[in-house]
Ligand binder design. Structure first.
Ligand code: LLP
Length: 404
């Protein structure tokens, strides 16, 4: 993304032209950035060639999933819907892992029928249910067990999953019980230990700690795990010049771990694959002010991009066409929804805006569209994929008649 003659472009397409042709709000994804992210991710861990299962929850656009599949990635899914879309996108079932604390019988049934790589169970009850269904079908099902390592991922409380107060996984005691139990079962095969500490992790130390914990536990359990699924969570820089996750150190820690364990590593990245490929184009509807600040009312709202309202997330917001005038007032960028949390960001010294101007919110490729809703009866935005100068509409704007 760059300005050419003061006009913002994504790859070789002018953002202004996209808005003109497809309207706003519109999600745009850059194929070039997607490729770069996947290449970098693979390169970071190439010495042990992990199985990379894209966390579909971060972006469920089928065309994007198809593109991701072409790079050889598998999928991490958390519902029958995600499993269906991953299969429809052509992902090999032998590269699909199924996570989540509340898989229903119906979902387990379907996953077994589709012969996916692993069902990563999160409780003793779930394991009993998988066993019951496997027995009924007279099948042997490969499962993983998700350990809750009780580690602080040093990320936002709302997206932290690896501490004992979180609902995810089983504690150490239950883990040993499960290993023993599954060892005696004829219908389930315990092939994987899985963990996932949380999301938007920028410090490698929690990962190092996690590896130490699982190293100890595996040795104590005396069970050989064919797979170790380390989850996802690798954070991205939402602001310029902020801390970056040190992949090199994470890689070193995993290599050290693998000296003692002959297992295949699985990752479940979402944000690090698609986060920075997406932007949301939006138009200023009105500007209204008081003596201190101006509310810039955009045509995008919290239903299109929930992260600011839900987590206080801040997405870099930039003008689509640059001018040399700066506003003297603080701008509060808001949407039209009837909630005070329908607010994106507050910026000082932003370029002076007028009604109908376009702005772009950056790094919305992960948990942007996938968290969107129809709140206030607002149709979901268009999604487009840009490859060089080519534009592909990968999801049409919802029509009001589909909502009524
Ligand atoms: N694996 C499991 C089991 C997960 O629960 C998640 C994310 C991932 C992998 C992928 O994590 P990632 O690499 O994308 O960090 N809506 C929040 C993020 C919630 C993450 C939920 N689980 C946000 O917008 O920040």
């Amino acid at each position: 993304m760059k300005y050419i003659n003061k006009s913002l472009s994504i790859e070789r397409v002018k953002v202004q032209d996209i808005a003109k042709k497809f309207g706003t709000p519109t999600y745009c994804y850059s194929f070039g950035q997607l490729k770069e992210n996947i290449d970098n991710f693979k390169k970071s861990f190439k010495s042990f060639s992990p199985l990379i299962c894209f966390a579909v929850k971060s972006n469920t656009n089928i065309t994007l999933i198809r593109e991701i599949k072409k790079f050889g990635l598998g999928a991490d899914v958390v519902s029958i819907g995600e499993l269906m879309i991953a299969l429809k996108a052509g992902i090999n079932p032998k590269k699909i892992v199924f996570s989540g604390v509340g898989k229903t019988s119906n979902e387990i049934n379907y996953a077994i029928d589709k012969k996916i790589l692993l069902i990563n169970a999160e409780s003793e009850s779930e394991i009993s249910e998988i066993e019951r269904i496997a027995k009924y079908k007279n099948k042997i099902v490969n499962i993983g067990i998700r350990l809750n390592p009780n580690i602080d991922a040093k990320t936002l409380k709302q997206i932290s999953t690896g501490k004992k107060e979180n609902k995810f996984g089983v504690d150490e005691k239950t883990f040993f019980k499960v290993v023993k139990y599954v060892g005696l079962s004829k219908n389930i095969n315990l092939k994987c230990l899985s963990v996932h500490l949380g999301s938007q992790i920028l410090d490698h130390k929690p990962y190092e700690k996690m590896l130490k914990v699982i190293d100890k536990i595996i040795k104590k359990s005396n069970h050989d795990f064919e797979f170790i699924d380390l989850g996802g969570g690798m954070g991205i820089s939402y602001e310029k010049n902020t801390k970056k996750l040190n992949y090199q150190k994470y890689n070193i820690a995993i290599k050290k771990f693998l000296r003692n364990h002959n297992s295949k590593i699985i990752f479940e990245p979402g944000r690090s694959i698609v986060g920075n490929i997406g932007s949301l184009i939006s138009k200023v509807i009105y500007i209204k002010g008081n003596e201190k600040k101006d509310f810039v009312i955009l045509d995008a709202a919290m239903n299109d991009l929930m992260r600011p309202a839900l987590y206080g997330a801040n997405h870099r917001t930039i003008p689509v066409t640059k001018t040399n005038q700066t506003s003297k007032k603080t701008y509060e960028f808001v949407g039209p929804i009837c909630e005070s949390t329908d607010k994106f960001t507050t910026l000082k010294k932003f370029q002076k805006l007028k009604e109908k101007d376009l702005v772009l919110m950056c790094d919305v490729g992960a948990y942007g569209m996938s968290l969107s809703s129809n709140y206030n009866m607002r149709p979901k935005p268009t999604e487009i994929l840009i490859k060089g100068s080519k534009i592909n509409v990968i999801k049409k704007r919802q029509k009001l008649k589909d909502l009524i």
